[in-house]
Ligand binder design. Structure first.
Ligand code: SAH
Length: 387
């Protein structure tokens, strides 16, 4: 097997428990899509890794031992991962959650989600894709109760991004439950599935009545999952804004899955910054505003990035927020840490009085690598705005 000698700074990262290998730490590396042994400058073995370029890094440390990445290895990881999610498995109100989360579960470059009786695998690089048969075989031994699976391709180079992987095919659309709320999902239509499972605690807060009796504006709403959760928690009315045309139909499907009437719920296909102008012109205002944009977006007129532009969302929201209103500020941008995110938010408040209520990070099924803060990419604050 190939050996790669790492610098003292990489050795330190490995000792700290960081698993992702960064391009800048391996400037002269020519190998790729292969397993290697990492050694320090004295030639001491540090761990087993694989090299394969993906959006995050150029490879992953996957074991501190010299061991083959074979079926038995993955079976062990899956048994452990399943044990960690015992409480989800026993839940009668939640049937969709993450089963395996990258380095948090001991192997970076792949995630597996459960949607009721089906699994969705996401492959983040060529190498993991090349060994997927072993991985899937191990998975099927540990999860014989799942009926079938789909796969999502999250690296460049293949001509498809979603396909059936094994077993039974799932219905084109079906219902999963989370905190007792129904959501309509689809497992084989692009990379998305109709719901972002990592937000289940925040939706849980809304189901528990955070916005009960209030009006809620959900910006970047996608399938309006936050609005549905709020509706189940007794919200008076919701407005969901997303510029994707399909969002309206998908949002309505979630509402209908719960037998909710659509009278007090509006779906608007519009750019969020246009909507701020529209709302101001019409004198519209809201008690709770949810801000959950993509990390980065480009449209015809402008680009938006959480790192540089989030403060504008806060500032604009304050102009259409009712007195004593609340903001739910969320981002999944992995390049923006918790403190940096807070700074962006503070910039938007421009000295206006406010109080942080709750902070949410990734929920427990999205097991993080506790030694690598960047693996805990989700950051959500609920904020009380004062008069
Ligand atoms: N908050 C959602 C997930 C948002 S995903 C949820 O909880 O499910 C990001 C969404 O932002 C996408 O649906 C995309 O269509 C939308 N989007 C991106 N740029 C936008 C813009 N400028 N105005 C409105 N929507 C936008």
């Amino acid at each position: 097997m190939n050996t790669v000698t790492v610098s003292p700074s990489v050795e330190r990262k490995i000792q700290q428990g960081i698993c992702v290998l960064q391009a800048q730490d391996f400037p002269h590396l020519e190998m790729k899509n292969t397993v290697v042994q990492l050694v320090n400058q004295q030639g001491h073995f540090l761990g087993t890794a694989y090299l394969s370029v993906q959006n995050k890094g150029i490879g992953w440390l996957v074991s501190k031992k010299k061991e083959p990445l074979d079926r038995a290895f993955f079976k062990r990881l899956f048994v452990e991962a399943r044990q960690k999610r015992q409480s989800f498995e026993e839940s009668t109100v939640t049937t969709a959650y993450r089963l395996f989360n990258q380095d948090g579960d001991g192997f970076g470059g792949m995630t597996i989600d459960r949607y009721h009786d089906y699994a969705v695998f996401s492959w983040y690089n060529d190498y993991i894709y090349s060994i997927k048969e072993e991985i899937v075989a191990a998975f099927r031994v540990v999860f014989p109760d799942l009926l079938g699976a789909y796969e999502k391709i999250r690296f460049k180079g293949l001509d498809y991004e979603s396909v059936h992987l094994y077993g039974q095919e799932a219905p084109e659309e079906f219902t999963i439950f989370e905190n007792g709320v129904a959501y309509q999902v689809f497992l084989n239509n692009g990379l998305m599935t109709g719901i972002f499972l990592d937000q289940h605690e925040v939706r849980g807060l809304l189901v528990d009545g955070f916005a009960a009796g209030k009006s809620l504006l959900n910006l970047f709403s996608y399938t309006a999952a936050f609005s549905v959760a709020a509706a189940m928690g007794g919200v008076a009315e919701t407005t969901s804004v997303d510029l994707a045309k399909r969002s309206r139909e998908l949002s309505e499907a979630h509402f209908q899955a719960n037998g909710l009437l659509l009278e007090s719920h509006r779906f608007i296909v519009m750019d969020v910054f246009e909507y701020f102008k529209y709302a101001k012109r019409k004198g519209l205002s809201y008690d709770v505003i949810v801000l959950d944009p993509p990390s980065f977006a480009r449209n015809k007129k402008q680009t938006f990035s959480v790192a540089k532009d989030y403060h504008k969302l806060i500032a604009q929201s304050l102009e259409i927020l009712n007195p004593d209103g609340q903001i739910i500020a969320s981002t999944n941008a992995s390049n923006v840490g918790l403190e940096k995110f807070k700074k962006e938010i503070e910039k938007g408040f421009m000295g206006r009085k406010h109080r942080y209520l709750q902070t949410y990070r990734l929920p427990s099924d999205f097991v993080i690598n506790k030694n690598d803060e960047s693996s805990n990419y989700l950051k959500v604050f609920t904020i009380q705005v004062e008069k």
